[in-house]
Design a protein around this ligand. Structure first.
Ligand code: NAD
Length: 470
């Protein structure tokens, strides 16, 4: 770890109080260059380090993360604002990525075929790419960096991580623990800052691949720019996740899952439910949903039993208020107004649960990712019409159906235009051994993060053809 040579810094605020937690230095072009140089220099010996030895570092890292589980969760609450239980779960999700990466000796195996012709055999080996750059968002400061660097590094790459400038504290802590686990200097490097630093990584000739997670316009930009520079790119992006409530759904359970999905982490999850499509008339579901929204506990992430926590910054809150005004202006019916809690809790960035009814697919609040505790209720006469709404959405990260009807489940599985589906599951996020598979504008690239896709993304293949008849 070396100090930044830059003079600029940015305040990192606690979203629950708006107090300054730390000032993070903004890396300069020279800082980026020296981080990439360190990664490039470390690459040669790291790629020649036996795979089981690289994997053993993951086991030690896993042990350190587990030992520090609670402390890491508290750091997440401080800088991101989410509830402690959510943060604890996020740490667990991150640890599972390290578990997956520790399987590198099996995961990196190639393929062989003897006798492709008379006395000729073929073998495929996997090799790392070189230096990989990772750019991450504020909403999962632990899990998203751990989607990236453990697997990349276990595959023999070296890594430069640029965490969100709004939640940079955890990334530094992860780098310390990774070093304590035995990762040699230069294998993992952290730079801080915003778009200038990102551009520095995108245009650096010594970076072979970019893994990005963030909002849709930035994901598209990063994908296009890095690809134009000849880099391998995966760019995970925004979402508008639709949940379908069928007439036979268990109303109590469906409402409970939707409340947790839409309002947990203040709706700032790429798998959050932000649109509910009610199939047929279901006034009772709306009544229960509204009642549960009124009962949920709002507060700082460290408070017991809290569900709805603050959004990340005041600027974001202002943007959300703009969306609420737009929803009213475009004719949706506001049946629960979260602006009330903004006035009651002025210190932090709190917005209460907000629900719009009679939203149509053409309205801005139905189309855009608001990334806040704002939920739209849409109506459809049957599932086919409801799925048409989802098909029209430019996003396709996740979708869920609440039903016991096998026929409807199959229709949903076959026709839902999204990459991660839930059957009676509020947040159908996949685990580390499966790919995290957004569709449409929710993902730019080919190979997703995690699972076999992750291995393919972080390795390149070499084919050997051997003749033995001379
Ligand atoms: P963001 O796009 O603002 O920032 C993401 C990263 O990009 C940060 O490191 C930031 O510094 C950098 N960045 C921001 N603006 C940039 C610019 N103009 N040029 C270059 N780099 C720039 O995203 P965020 O607000 O931190 O995170 C929330 C977004 O991330 C949401 O849209 C959410 O859906 C998405 N997300 C998606 C997934 C997924 O798996 N699809 C997972 C988590 C978050």
């Amino acid at each position: 770890m070396v100090d930044s040579i830059g003079e600029k810094s940015k305040q990192v605020l606690n979203p629950a109080t708006n107090e300054t937690l730390v000032n993070v230095p903004i890396s300069t072009k020279d800082d980026v260059a020296s981080a990439v140089r360190a990664a490039k220099e470390a690459f040669h010996s790291w790629k020649n380090t036996p795979v089981p030895k690289r994997a053993r570092i993951m086991f030690t890292f896993h042990h350190l993360l587990t030992k520090n589980h609670e402390k890491l969760a508290k750091l997440i609450v401080q800088e991101n604002g989410k509830a402690y239980k959510e943060a604890y779960g996020e740490v667990q999700r991150g640890i599972e990525c390290v578990e997956f990466a520790a399987g590198a000796p099996s995961l990196m195996m190639g393929e062989t075929l003897s006798g492709i012709a008379e006395e000729i055999d073929s073998e495929m080996f996997r090799y790392p790419l070189g230096v990989v750059g990772g750019i991450t968002p504020f909403n999962f400061p632990m899990m998203v960096p751990l989607w990236m660097f453990p697997l990349a590094v276990a595959c023999g790459n070296t890594f430069v991580l640029k965490p969100s400038e709004r939640t940079p504290i955890l990334a530094n802590r992860l780098a310390e623990l990774f070093s304590e686990a035995g990762a040699p200097a230069g294998v993992l490097n952290v730079v801080h800052g915003a778009h200038d630093v990102v551009n520095g990584l995108l245009e650096h000739e010594d970076i072979a691949a970019i893994s990005f997670v963030g909002s849709q316009p930035v994901a598209k930009y990063v994908y296009e720019r890095a690809a134009a520079e000849g880099k391998r790119v995966q760019a995970l992006s925004g979402a508008k996740n639709h949940h379908f409530v069928m007439p036979d759904a268990d109303i109590e359970k469906a409402a409970q899952h939707i409340i947790a999905s839409a309002f947990g982490s203040a709706g700032q999850r790429c798998m959050a439910c932000s649109a509910v499509v009610i199939i047929g008339e279901n006034d009772e579901f709306i009544r229960v949903l509204r009642q549960k929204a009124n009962e949920l506990i709002i507060g700082s992430g460290m408070d017991e039993d809290v569900l709805l926590t603050p959004v990340i910054r005041q600027e974001h809150m202002e943007k959300v208020v703009g969306y609420i005004e737009k929803g009213i202006h475009e004719g949706a019916t506001l049946i629960r107004d979260g602006r009330k809690e903004m006035d009651e809790m002025p210190k932090g960035n709190f917005i209460g649960p907000t629900i719009f009814d009679h939203v149509t697919p053409e309205m801005t609040i139905a189309k855009d990712e608001i990334f806040a505790p704002v939920l739209s209720l849409l109506r459809a006469k049957d599932l086919a019409e409801g799925l048409e709404n989802l098909r029209k959405s430019r996003f396709g990260n996740g979708a869920t159906i609440y039903t016991k009807d096998a026929k409807a489940i199959r229709q949903f599985r076959e026709d839902a235009d999204a990459g991660m589906l839930g059957i009676n599951v509020g947040v159908p996020a996949t685990m580390a051994f499966f790919p995290f598979s957004g569709w449409k504008n929710s993902f730019y690239g080919d190979l997703h993060v995690n699972g076999k896709d992750g291995i393919n993304f972080f390795t390149r293949k070499k084919m050997i053809t051997s003749r033995f008849d001379f």
